[in-house]
Structures are given as structure tokens and as C-alpha cells.
Design a protein around this ligand. Structure first.
Ligand SMILES: *Cc1c(COP(=O)(O)O)cnc(C)c1O
Length: 406
């Protein structure tokens, strides 16, 4: 039975008409992208629109979202703690398991304390929006993630940008910040950049920040579970423990669940509990999420071979793309862009790949600069060699057809 919709008022219709006019422009620009709907769980192969395709589009680096230990932990936690918490952390929404997860994250990241948030996005918005005030300054890489940019927008601090991953430019900006005598200066960088897959030059950034008394915050959304011992992230990868004040991460990517955290000092944790707006005004994770995250940390500690497999797959896939003749940029991690120039070419390659059985997202402006459109790929530890070789064959055929390969 199809339920009939109620008649819409003139005011409701007017909003839709005005939105549809904007949407028409997106369609004309070729930027209207319908959602791709997965009909099966997130995995190395997924069914989209009835077709089974190899997925190179998720951030599920280690396949932990379907790891039996995580699923068992989530099921048991739902039984033990219920489906939801019904409160924000600061009123009645903190359960002992939230604090257990935070102790585990702090131990894993080798910091004094940690605090979890609903997502990586809300950590950045909460931390940057509450740590800095008027009279403070944030020094930010030009290609930092949107959630960092939004967090900076919410703070009243001054914002100084440096050229992407450029130590001279960062030093110049830090010197300018020092000259202006700000109360707090915070340098913020992604640990691994999500569109290019390059690693931030963290040792140089930390040195230059220390030289002017500035503090460093690193967002390891794409580094946790990928870089460093057992996937501890870029601070561990470069052995900078104790010199990075704020270690941000997400529980939504390699960790395989959902959520975000900051691993830092007890003072930072206490400050955020009182000031970070997403922490204060949005409800806490249900037990299933929390216990699955704890199980994920167990897996990272007990099954390092998963990360070794991720890197073996990464090397194999990158070598394959390179030998086919693709420009794969400067990636140093499992994020591998296939550079296409204009957005229409990236979208054409992505569409053709889908036809050939590979799901790899085309990405254009404004997510990446004009003329730097790409198809972005991320391999997982769980891809089989045969899946990767089939994907490379599809890239070869599609690349030739759209004219990226001779
Ligand atoms: C994905 C990402 C986030 C957001 O994480 P979610 O948990 O998905 O909200 C934050 N920062 C960076 C650098 C990211 O790549």
C-alpha cells in the first residue's frame, strides 16, 4: 500500500522551488551526484544497483567493520547496555564503558588521557571551537580536512594558513604569529592527507612550532590503524611522543566503527568536558559502538599482520597502477589518487570503472583544486590479490577508453 502524502502548503512548496532552482545549476554543471546505495555490508566487494563490484572507495582499511571480534563485542554490548544512552555525556550519558574506552585509547596513543566524541568531525569542531579564543591564533595547512576548517570557523582565534606540507612556509607563518604576541598558538595538520595520501612532515613542523613556543595538533584520521607501531599513527611513526599536544583520530575509518577522539593531557580532557559544544550538547555513543571500538584496539594490538597485509596490498596496487602508466601523485600511504585533470575526466573514468566492476570514486572541485580531479582509491588489508589484479585490469581498460592511457 502506498501512503498518500499530505498536501503541501504554499510556503513549503516555495522552499522546494527555490532549492530546485539551485539543484538545476548543479545538474547543469555535472555535479549532481545521486547517492550510491550499498545493498550488502561494507566489504572488499559490494552490491550497488544490483551489481557486484570491487570496492576501492571505503576507509575501512583493515576490514575491521566485519571482524568477528568487533561484531561479537557489539552484540554483547547491545544486550548488556541497551540500544542507546538517552543522554549527553555531561548529564547522564557517561557509562563506565565510555571511560574504559578512553583509558584504552590513551594507553594506545601513549598519552595521559583521552576523550571520545560522536565522530572525527565533531572532535575537530569541538576541540578547535573551544580551545582557542580571541587573542589566540591557529596556524593551519592549506589542505587540512573540512572538519578542521569548520572548527577554526567556530573559534574567534585568528587564522594563518601555510602552503601545503611546506616547512619554510609554516616557519614564516609561525614567526609572524610570534611577532603578534598571541596568547596561544596552535599549529594544526592532518597526519595523512585524505585526498593525496601524503604524510605531513611532522618532525619539521614540531621543531618549528617548538622554536616559537607553539603547540601542535595532528589529525590522524587516515593514519590510525595504518602508520606507526600497531597503527598508533603519525606521532608514533615519527617517534614524537610527548611533543604533540593533541592527537586527534577517528574511530570511523581503520578502527571500523564510528566516533572520534582526542588523546592528550588530563588538562585538555577536563577543558573539553566543560567547553566542547558537541560533547556538551549531543548524546553519547551506545554501548555497541563503545565495546566494538575496544575490541578494535584489542585487534590492533593482537593482529599486527593485518597492517602488514594492508601495506603489501598497497605496494602491489600502486606498482600496478604505475606500470600501467597512470599518474598517481605523491601518495605514501594506501590512499592512491589516479590523477585525471578536469573533473569530467575523473567522473568518466569512475563511471566506466563501475561498468567494469570497480567502485572507485571520482573527486573534483571543490574537494580538490581545479584541474586536479582524480579517481581516489584506497586498498584494504582484506582485498585478495585476485581482486586487486581484476581492479588493475579494469583500470587499464577504462584508462585506455577515456584516453588517460595510450
Ligand atoms: C574522515 C576525517 C575526519 C572525520 O571523521 P569522521 O569520524 O568520519 O567524522 C576528520 N578528519 C580527517 C582528516 C578525516 O579524514
Amino acid at each position: 500500500m502506498i501512503a498518500e502524502l499530505p498536501k503541501r502548503s504554499a510556503a513549503v512548496q516555495a522552499l522546494d522551488e527555490s532549492l530546485n532552482a539551485d539543484l538545476e545549476q548543479l545538474r547543469r554543471d555535472g555535479l549532481f551526484r545521486p547517492l550510491k546505495v550499498l545493498e550488502t555490508p561494507q566489504d572488499t566487494e559490494v552490491v550497488i544497483a544490483g551489481r557486484r563490484v570491487i570496492s576501492l572507495s571505503s576507509n575501512n582499511y583493515l576490514g575491521l567493520n566485519t571482524h568477528p571480534k568487533l561484531i561479537a563485542a557489539a552484540v554483547a554490548a547491545a544486550q548488556a547496555w541497551g540500544a542507546g544512552t538517552g543522554a549527553v555525556r555531561t548529564i547522564a550519558g557517561t557509562e563506565s564503558i565510555h571511560e574504559e574506552l578512553e583509558r584504552r585509547i590513551a594507553l594506545f596513543k601513549r598519552t595521559e588521557a583521552s576523550l571520545t566524541f560522536q565522530s572525527g568531525y565533531t572532535v575537530n569542531v569541538g576541540v578547535l571551537g573551544s580551545l582557542l579564543e580571541a587573542g589566540d591564533c591557529v596556524v593551519s595547512d592549506k589542505l587540512n580536512h573540512a572538519s578542521i576548517i569548520d572548527g577554526i570557523r567556530l573559534s574567534k582565534a585568528d587564522r594563518l594558513l601555510y602552503e601545503h606540507a611546506d616547512l619554510d612556509s609554516a616557519e614564516c607563518v609561525l614567526t609572524e604569529a610570534k611577532r603578534k604576541n598571541y596568547r596561544r598558538v596552535l599549529l594544526v595538520t592532518d597526519g595523512v592527507f585524505s585526498m593525496d595520501g601524503d604524510i605531513a612532515p611532522l618532525p619539521g613542523l614540531v621543531e618549528r612550532a617548538e622554536a616559537v613556543g607553539a603547540t601542535v595538533m595532528v589529525d590522524d584520521a587516515h593514519a590510525t590503524g595504518v602508520l606507526g607501531r600497531n597503527g598508533r599513527g603519525t606521532t608514533d611513526h615519527f617517534d614524537l611522543h610527548g611533543r604533540v599536544a593533541l592527537n586527534i583520530g577517528t574511530l570511523s575509518k581503520a578502527v571500523g566503527v564510528v566516533g572520534g577522539y582526542v588523546a592528550a593531557s588530563q588538562a585538555v580532557r577536563d577543558h573539553l568536558i566543560h567547553k566542547a559544544r558537541p560533547f556538551l550538547f549531543s548524546s553519547s555513543h551506545p554501548g555497541a559502538v563503545v565495546m566494538a571500538c575496544i575490541a578494535a584496539i584489542d585487534v590492533l594490538e593482537q593482529e599486527p599482520e593485518l597492517i602488514e597485509r594492508l601495506w603489501a596490498n598497497t605496494r602491489h596496487f600502486k606498482a600496478g597502477l604505475r606500470s600501467l602508466g597512470f599518474d598517481i601523485g605523491n601518495s605514501e600511504t594506501p590512499i592512491t589518487p589516479v590523477m585525471c585533470g578536469e573533473a569530467v575526466h575523473a567522473m568518466a573514468l569512475s563511471d566506466l570503472l563501475m561498468e567494469y566492476g570497480v567502485f572507485a570514486q571520482g573527486i573534483g572541485f571543490p574537494t580538490v583544486p581545479q584541474g586536479k580531479a582524480r579517481v581516489r582509491t584506497i586498498v584494504a588489508a582484506t582485498h585478495t590479490p585476485s581482486q586487486l589484479d581484476r581492479a588493475l585490469n579494469a583500470f587499464e581498460a577504462a584508462g585506455k577508453k577515456v584516453g588517460l592511457l595510450a
